[in-house]
Ligand binder design. Structure first.
Ligand code: DX5
Ligand code: ZN
Length: 224
């Protein structure tokens, strides 16, 4: 059943995924409606536990709240130390894709099975300093790889120029992988990642730092 959700994400690609980290949490309904009006196809949700990363955001209730607000697929980026303890709850909350960090779970086979058992797309993320070889044991088992182009934890950091090469290498290693990039994606960096073979582009500040989300998304799409 995760194949169904996977093909939905594939057919949306290449896609700009707004990261709901710097949005107005006091008015989520308005934020979501504006993003829908900007013709966004997938939302990216950043869950941080104050332990795996030195920042704390939100958990299942916000995911569940967003699920009630929209039919858009929800891509949930778990920057948490113990994802296995929360997979069932995030599935219940309505996640369509769950991405854990390889630095948190170096041997992830049972975690990937657990995610798939809910019919959810399984992704693995890695920070800029983590070698691609860390994925050797799971590259065939996951549906997606999220290449971090900043150190996970905060929005508004600058793009790691080594990211496109890592994306290209992963694309070479597995042609049917769903590839996602996150961090410092702006009109001047998005094209490099697309050229390297990336499918999904997570964007925080370059959308939420603008007044007109539709114009910001259009500018990013044009740069693809
Ligand atoms: C950072 C998060 C990102 C973040 C990106 O740890 O995973 O999703 O919101 O923000 P920008 O686009 O500002 O780098
Ligand atoms: Zn993210």
């Amino acid at each position: 059943m995760h194949q169904e959700r996977l093909s939905k994400l594939r057919s949306a690609s290449p896609a700009v995924l707004p990261s709901l980290l710097q949005c107005d949490f006091g008015d989520l309904r308005r934020e979501v409606r504006q993003l829908e009006a900007a013709d966004v196809k997938v939302l990216h949700l950043d869950v941080m536990d104050g332990h795996f990363v030195p920042n704390l955001t939100y958990g299942m209730p916000i995911v569940a709240g967003l699920r009630r607000l929209t039919d858009l697929p929800l891509d949930v980026h778990l920057m948490i130390s113990d994802p296995a303890a929360y997979v069932d709850a995030f599935a219940e909350a309505g996640a369509d894709m769950l991405t854990f960090h390889i630095e948190a779970v170096p041997q992830p086979q049972s975690l990937i099975d657990q995610i798939h058992s809910h019919g959810i797309v399984a992704g693995v993320a890695l920070n800029p300093k983590t070698p691609l070889s860390a994925l050797d044991g799971c590259l065939d088992a996951v549906d997606a790889v999220l290449v971090m182009s900043v150190e996970a934890g905060f929005g508004g950091q600058s793009f790691d120029p080594g990211a496109p090469e890592r994306i290209a290498e992963l694309r070479k290693r597995r042609g049917d992988l769903l590839l996602e990039v996150d961090g410092g994606i702006k009109p001047d960096t998005i094209g490099l990642c697309r050229k390297a073979g990336c499918d999904l582009f997570v964007v925080g500040s370059a959308i939420f730092g603008q007044n007109d989300y539709a114009a910001a998304v259009r500018q990013l799409r044009d740069a693809l």
